[in-house]
Design a protein around this ligand. Structure first.
Ligand code: UGA
Length: 434
């Protein structure tokens, strides 16, 4: 099939590349001419495991092409994916100006039947607005479909190629058939393609992300409470997660959820509730608790140093909001660093992928080190913010040798408490029995 993808951000790029992988002819459109040039030369503009391999293969096979021309995109695809940014507005709602702007352009230039697919995470009712924006400009037949993505950063290629479910919100039989044909190769395992109305599809995405964010936040509160009553959250987590109704996944406490999706989507669903006269009270608490959780290590650090951090040096391992990504949007590490700087501390940092992004943001306010053992040279303490695999089994002897004092504040509960204490460290983590 001929497919166009408008917007080559994270979602658009993964969608376009993976659709080319099953033999479709994919044209990806972006207004950023430099980025398009870079992609035409085979360079992947984001870090996402395995994307480079698929990218190269499909470009070589001429199934994956790039252009800056929206008109070319409109001409090319029988299905046109909108994978455009929906940034957070000041009031927490999703800004739809990119999506509606492109919809208007489509309306102006459409020449024959097309299926327009909303792939971006958009509030309930957006497909109707996209439809109205196109209809205003043309009499040509078209359909708008909502097809939310459930890709996790770091696993996006795998999630796209082997999805647990595909959600299609469509009220047109013709469009539904085309979408089913497109996705058939991805669900040979028997996983479902769920067809529903557009509004339900739009809400499914927000509800799924908000539920997961709530699950994490609930565990973070359980962890905080464990500390008050002398219980161990690791035990509680395993005890709870063994109930298949609860499940083992997404129960790991830490320094809060971050990234470009959960924070934005929880706020947007809450705002969408307000707009529709519904007070989504649970989400209000999730937002509040997560915001405090990001800096939950700070009072622990302050208490250890009797509130005086002036002149102290901390080594921070992990800056990305989670492992296997260079994404630092809403990353807890940045909130922690900001607090430590306010208290007059010096900071050394290391992250396997995210350092260039942090350097762009924080410049020379902190020191960037090229490996994890340089980060902790002469530091008063190590702070762990992201659970990259490389941090799970450090050479504790080398740490002790290089650090000014053997002190670890761990925001991701990476180590066995007894083991690390036997190594001679003062060790603080989240919600666990000391
Ligand atoms: C999330 C969803 O998992 C995807 O299904 C969805 O498609 C995507 O948002 C999106 O809307 O585009 P992602 O933001 O890539 O994916 O990251 P997750 O792996 O879900 O992690 C989100 C946050 O939760 C991270 O900050 C992570 O550290 C935190 N987390 C996760 C925990 O604190 N504890 C856990 O047990 C799990």
């Amino acid at each position: 099939m001929k497919i166009s993808v408008i917007g080559t951000g994270y979602v658009g790029l993964v969608t376009g590349t993976c659709l080319a992988e099953t033999g479709n002819e994919v044209l990806c459109i972006d207004i950023d001419a430099n980025k398009v040039k870079q992609m035409q030369q085979g360079e992947v503009p984001i870090y996402e495991p395995y994307l480079d391999v698929l990218f190269e293969r499909n470009i070589k096979a001429s199934r994956l092409k790039f252009s800056t021309s929206l008109l070319e995109g409109l001409e090319h695809g029988e299905i046109i994916f909108l994978a455009l940014p929906t940034p957070e507005d000041e009031d927490g709602s999703a800004d739809l100006s990119y999506v509606l702007g492109v919809a208007k352009e489509i309306g102006k230039h459409i020449k024959n039947y097309k299926v327009i697919v909303d792939k971006s995470t958009v509030p309930v009712g957006t497909s109707d607005r996209v439809k109205a924006a196109i209809e205003k400009e043309t009499d040509i037949d078209f359909d708008v479909v909502s097809n939310p993505e459930f890709l996790r950063e770091g696993f996006a290629v795998d999630d796209f190629l082997k999805p647990e479910r595909i959600v299609i919100g469509s009220s047109s039989e013709k469009a539904t058939k085309l979408m089913q044909k497109l996705y058939k190769p991805f669900v040979r395992s028997g996983n479902p393609i769920l067809i529903m109305d557009e509004r339900s599809a739009e809400l499914t995405k927000y509800a799924a992300n908000s539920f997961l964010a709530t699950k994490i936040t609930f565990m973070n509160e359980v962890a905080n409470f464990c500390e008050k009553v002398g219980a161990d959250v690791d035990m509680v987590r395993i005890g709870m997660g063994s109930d298949s109704r609860i499940g083992k996944r997404f129960l790991f406490p830490g320094i809060g959820y971050g990234g470009s999706c959960f924070p934005k989507d929880v706020k947007a669903l809450h705002k969408s509730g307000k707009d529709n006269n519904y007070d989504f009270e649970i989400l209000n608490s999730v937002i509040k608790v997560n915001s405090a959780q990001k800096t939950i290590l700070i009072p622990k650090i302050l208490s250890y140093y009797n509130t005086d951090l002036k002149g102290k040096t901390f080594g921070v391992w992990g800056l990305a909001f989670k492992p296997e990504t260079d994404d630092i949007r809403e990353a807890p590490a940045l909130y922690i660093i900001e607090e430590l700087l306010k208290h007059g501390a010096n900071i050394n940092v290391f992250d396997p992928e995210a350092m260039p992004n942090v350097e762009k943001k924080l410049g020379d306010k902190i020191n960037y080190t090229s490996n994890m053992y340089d980060t902790i040279k002469d530091v008063d303490a190590l702070i762990i913010c992201t659970e990259w695999s490389i941090f799970r089994t450090p050479k504790f002897n080398l740490l002790k040798e290089r650090m000014k004092a053997p002190v670890i504040f761990d925001g991701r509960n990476l180590y066995d408490i007894k083991e690390v204490e036997n190594e001679g460290f003062h060790y603080t983590s989240i919600g666990r029995k000391v």
